[in-house]
Design a protein around this ligand. Structure first.
Ligand SMILES: [Zn+2]
Length: 104
Protein backbone atom coordinates (compact mmCIF):
# COMPACT_ATOMS: atom_id res chain seq x y z
CA UNK A 1 0.00 0.00 0.00
CA UNK A 2 1.25 3.46 -0.82
CA UNK A 3 1.35 5.92 2.03
CA UNK A 4 1.76 9.67 2.20
CA UNK A 5 4.50 11.33 4.24
CA UNK A 6 1.84 12.37 6.72
CA UNK A 7 0.93 8.74 7.34
CA UNK A 8 -2.40 8.73 5.56
CA UNK A 9 -3.01 6.15 2.88
CA UNK A 10 -2.86 7.10 -0.76
CA UNK A 11 -5.91 6.73 -2.90
CA UNK A 12 -5.82 6.39 -6.65
CA UNK A 13 -6.95 9.39 -8.64
CA UNK A 14 -6.69 10.17 -12.28
CA UNK A 15 -4.68 13.09 -13.52
CA UNK A 16 -6.55 15.82 -15.27
CA UNK A 17 -3.56 17.84 -16.48
CA UNK A 18 -2.79 18.08 -20.16
CA UNK A 19 0.64 16.55 -19.80
CA UNK A 20 -0.52 13.46 -17.89
CA UNK A 21 -4.12 13.28 -18.91
CA UNK A 22 -5.78 10.10 -17.66
CA UNK A 23 -2.66 8.89 -15.89
CA UNK A 24 -3.53 7.36 -12.52
CA UNK A 25 -1.65 8.48 -9.45
CA UNK A 26 -1.72 8.09 -5.70
CA UNK A 27 -2.91 11.09 -3.71
CA UNK A 28 -3.03 11.63 0.03
CA UNK A 29 -6.42 10.79 1.46
CA UNK A 30 -6.31 13.82 3.75
CA UNK A 31 -4.69 16.46 1.59
CA UNK A 32 -6.51 15.77 -1.64
CA UNK A 33 -5.09 15.41 -5.15
CA UNK A 34 -3.55 18.85 -5.57
CA UNK A 35 -1.27 19.18 -2.55
CA UNK A 36 -1.17 15.51 -1.65
CA UNK A 37 0.42 13.97 -4.74
CA UNK A 38 2.45 10.90 -3.71
CA UNK A 39 3.50 9.02 -6.83
CA UNK A 40 2.35 7.77 -10.20
CA UNK A 41 0.69 4.36 -10.10
CA UNK A 42 2.70 2.97 -13.03
CA UNK A 43 6.00 4.11 -11.49
CA UNK A 44 4.99 2.53 -8.21
CA UNK A 45 4.25 -0.75 -10.02
CA UNK A 46 7.64 -0.63 -11.72
CA UNK A 47 9.30 -0.19 -8.35
CA UNK A 48 7.55 -3.28 -7.03
CA UNK A 49 8.49 -5.23 -10.14
CA UNK A 50 12.18 -4.47 -9.80
CA UNK A 51 11.99 -5.32 -6.10
CA UNK A 52 10.59 -8.76 -6.85
CA UNK A 53 13.19 -9.22 -9.59
CA UNK A 54 15.88 -8.40 -7.06
CA UNK A 55 14.45 -10.98 -4.70
CA UNK A 56 14.48 -13.61 -7.46
CA UNK A 57 18.09 -12.81 -8.25
CA UNK A 58 19.02 -13.12 -4.58
CA UNK A 59 17.38 -16.53 -4.39
CA UNK A 60 19.17 -17.58 -7.58
CA UNK A 61 22.43 -16.32 -6.14
CA UNK A 62 21.93 -18.32 -2.96
CA UNK A 63 21.23 -21.47 -4.98
CA UNK A 64 24.44 -20.92 -6.93
CA UNK A 65 26.38 -20.49 -3.69
CA UNK A 66 25.02 -23.80 -2.40
CA UNK A 67 25.94 -25.46 -5.72
CA UNK A 68 29.37 -23.91 -5.45
CA UNK A 69 29.83 -25.35 -1.97
CA UNK A 70 28.75 -28.79 -3.20
CA UNK A 71 31.30 -28.58 -6.00
CA UNK A 72 34.01 -27.58 -3.54
CA UNK A 73 33.23 -30.62 -1.41
CA UNK A 74 33.26 -32.83 -4.52
CA UNK A 75 36.56 -31.29 -5.52
CA UNK A 76 38.05 -32.06 -2.12
CA UNK A 77 36.86 -35.65 -2.33
CA UNK A 78 38.39 -36.02 -5.78
CA UNK A 79 41.68 -34.62 -4.52
CA UNK A 80 41.73 -37.20 -1.74
CA UNK A 81 40.96 -39.93 -4.28
CA UNK A 82 43.71 -38.58 -6.50
CA UNK A 83 46.19 -38.70 -3.62
CA UNK A 84 45.16 -42.25 -2.78
CA UNK A 85 45.71 -43.29 -6.40
CA UNK A 86 49.16 -41.71 -6.39
CA UNK A 87 50.06 -43.62 -3.23
CA UNK A 88 48.75 -46.81 -4.81
CA UNK A 89 50.85 -46.16 -7.93
CA UNK A 90 53.99 -45.57 -5.87
CA UNK A 91 53.28 -48.69 -3.80
CA UNK A 92 52.87 -50.79 -6.93
CA UNK A 93 56.16 -49.44 -8.33
CA UNK A 94 57.92 -50.29 -5.10
CA UNK A 95 56.36 -53.75 -5.18
CA UNK A 96 57.33 -54.29 -8.82
CA UNK A 97 60.88 -53.08 -8.12
CA UNK A 98 61.03 -55.44 -5.15
CA UNK A 99 59.92 -58.41 -7.27
CA UNK A 100 62.53 -57.62 -9.95
CA UNK A 101 65.31 -57.32 -7.37
CA UNK A 102 64.13 -60.51 -5.64
CA UNK A 103 64.15 -62.53 -8.88
CA UNK A 104 67.71 -61.46 -9.68
ZN1 LIG B 1 -0.76 13.26 3.41
Amino acid sequence: MVKCNCGAIGIIRTSGTKRNSGRPFYACLLQGPRSGFISWVDEENQKHESESQNLELEIHNEKLQIQNRDLEIQNEELEIQNQNLKMLLIASWVLLFGIIVYKW
